[in-house]
Write a protein that binds this ligand. Sequence first.
Ligand code: MLT
Ligand code: MN
Ligand code: ZN
Length: 310
Amino acid sequence: MKILVLGSAAGGGFPQWNCNCPNCAGVRKGSINAKPRTQSSIAVSANGTDWVLINASPDILQQIRSNPALQPARAIRDSGIAAVMVMDAQIDHITGLLMLREGRKKMNLYCTESVWDDLNHGLPLAKVLSHYCGVERHAIDGLSADETHFAPIEVPGIEGIRFHPMPLKSKAPPYSPHRNNPGPGDNNGLMIESKTTGKKVFYAPGLGEIEPHVLQAMQQADCVLVDGTVWTGDEMITLGLTQKTAADMGHLQVSGPGGMIEVLDGIGARRKVLIHINNTNPILNEDSSERAVLAQHGIEVAFDGMEIEL
Ligand code: MLT
Ligand code: MN
Ligand code: ZN
């Protein structure tokens, strides 16, 4: 099983178009040791030809150009993307759907009821796409009685991989009717399991709280790809960029008590990778002391083009 990190940045990307924070200004000028990054998405394949796109970032076209594996060129119009699965209805995870409108068949889209509702009302991209390729929606449903897991999914055309979605505590987008009325399915994590090797990857780009079932999933995975949005909960406020804390946005901070480093320290030896990195996060600077702290804890930082084979 192969996981390709298409976009490792949070909403806005890195550098963000209108941002002159030390990271964005530094990477633009070339004065810091950091790599530009596109917005949040991964792709998964068992055979290297047929892929499931997990989240459709506004940067999807650039991401496809940068990853020729996604274009197997079997016909005059073709794509390696057999299906798309979205974890929530945030702009950085769904607006790329519009860029796939030229598809020759209906787009196979896997999402929860809550996300589907947002795609038809809050930000009605599914309605828009009905005028182009159209959407064949496949439900992520079958929530367990304890509300910790949805039913496992196998995607036709993607042999050898089983997907285990689960609800998470994060935030529905500001335009969502569920923003102030949260429920299971607004934000989701995904255990991706290779049926051939038995190996598992846990993917959760937005993670506001480590509930027991999330911790359990992290402990069962061979590799975790988890929320690394911000180093401190108030870093965007301190830089004068917003009034929102990380918690207001549904993200756990990386450092400090209860932060992601502490969580990752507690899950034993496995591959640990931070993803969905906001442009303000000092870990983007590869020479930063914060980056050195991650290295001490055996934690990697995802970059665009990173490949994980399990
Ligand atoms: C988030 O993850 O909090 C959102 O993607 C932020 C955004 O889209 O600006
Ligand atoms: Mn995001
Ligand atoms: Zn910035």
